[in-house]
Design a protein around this ligand. Structure first.
Ligand code: ATP
Length: 338
């Protein structure tokens, strides 16, 4: 099936060829129909620039953008059939919710009865039918973002582009809205591309997560494949791995704190994996478990431990089970990645 969006070696420089900066650099990306793709990475990695190039607000300085299989590199935004949701909601304050949601449909010169019907359906989809005649200022932030979402899907876009749509909401609401967003995407079957710097958001929502660093692709794939097997140190650190021990006979590796097995020196042993003898440096009580920091030679290893029996200064043995070690393509994080 033809992908809805394809980026072919897409690049964008700002500020001239010589002294400028490559916000996006040779990006290849395929977005399949009906999928949820997230663009994930630290501030300045090029997520928003990529999204705005798909929308047509920014022209690439190299490469091609295909929409529905057609070269759309120079197609203006209004001819791309794209729905957008921004962090700032961007609703029209003087219009009712129905008129806000119907805006794109009116712009397409649909008959007013159809505009009303489709705006009504979109408001129902986000659970706001009862507030159809209200103005945006009478709604909470979460409700306003639902209106923005309804407006974007009402036009039945080829692709729905979401630029950090949940980051203005408080933490509890954000988690609720993630579920809501996923439900709307699944119910409508709309193809979605979301920009976020929040790895939890990406893990929860994505069929495909695309991790960017300094304008370049670091890794992409199903979160269930990417999370347990980060390709390199940058991706590992970004996904919250913080153990990078030296294991004799192996190249760069990482391991999640919950996979490290901690025991008092003299106990355990014999398991398949690397063993390090070290000293507890810090213990952080977390209720259901403790986070125990251990220094072993030049390594520092953080362990999730179910009990609270260790104290700073204790001599301990750390087991890194072989099947839990993830081999990395490189040792050092690229400049600016930390
Ligand atoms: N209009 C512009 N002029 C000059 N430089 C720009 C412009 N837009 C973006 N950049 C630069 O391009 C790089 C990528 O920016 P971009 O906004 O795409 O990153 P981002 O990953 O979305 O970051 P954030 O999460 O902070 O929004 C940054 O170094 C930024 O300073």
């Amino acid at each position: 099936m033809t992908p809805v969006v394809r980026l072919d070696g897409v690049g964008r420089r700002f500020g001239g060829a010589k002294n400028g900066v490559a916000a996006v650099d040779g990006l290849d990306l395929t977005v399949e129909r009906g999928s949820f793709t997230t663009l994930l990475g630290p501030s300045g990695c090029g997520k928003t620039t990529t999204l705005r190039m798909i929308a047509g607000f920014i022209r690439p300085t190299s490469g091609r953008i295909l929409l529905e299989g057609e070269d759309a590199t120079s197609t203006p935004p209004e001819r791309r059939n794209i729905g957008m949701v921004f962090q700032s909601y961007a609703l029209f304050p003087h219009m009712s919710l129905t008129d806000n949601v119907g805006f794109g449909l009116r712009a397409r010169r649909l008959p007013s009865a159809e505009v009303r019907r489709r705006a009504g359906e979109a408001l129902e989809l986000v659970g706001l039918s009862h507030a159809a005649d209200r103005k945006p200022a009478e709604l909470s932030g979460g409700q306003q973002q639902r209106v923005a979402l309804a407006r974007a899907v009402a036009i039945e876009p080829s692709v729905l582009l979401l630029d950090e749509p949940l980051s203005n909401l408080d933490a509890r609401l954000r988690v609720q809205m993630r579920r809501e967003l996923l439900r709307v995407q699944r119910e409508t079957g709309v193809t979605a591309v979301l920009v976020t710097h929040d790895q939890d958001e990406a893990l929860q929502l994505s069929d495909t997560m695309v991790i960017l660093n300094s304008g370049r692709l670091e890794q992409q794939g199903d979160p269930r494949a990417v999370f347990p097997a980060p390709a390199n140190r940058f991706v590992a650190e970004f996904l919250g791995y913080d153990n990078f021990p030296d294991v004799p006979g192996m190249g760069p590796v990482t391991i999640r704190p919950e996979h490290v097995v901690l025991s008092a020196v003299g106990t355990g042993g014999g398991a398949d994996g690397a063993e390090l003898d070290g000293t507890v440096t810090d213990v952080t009580y977390q209720g259901s478990h403790c986070l125990v920091g251990v220094t072993a030679g030049s390594d520092r290893v953080t362990c999730v431990h179910p009990g609270d029996e260790f104290r700073p200064g204790d001599a301990v043995r750390v087991l890194l089970p072989r099947h839990r070690l993830v081999e990395l393509a490189d040792g050092a994080a690229p400049a600016g990645a930390r």
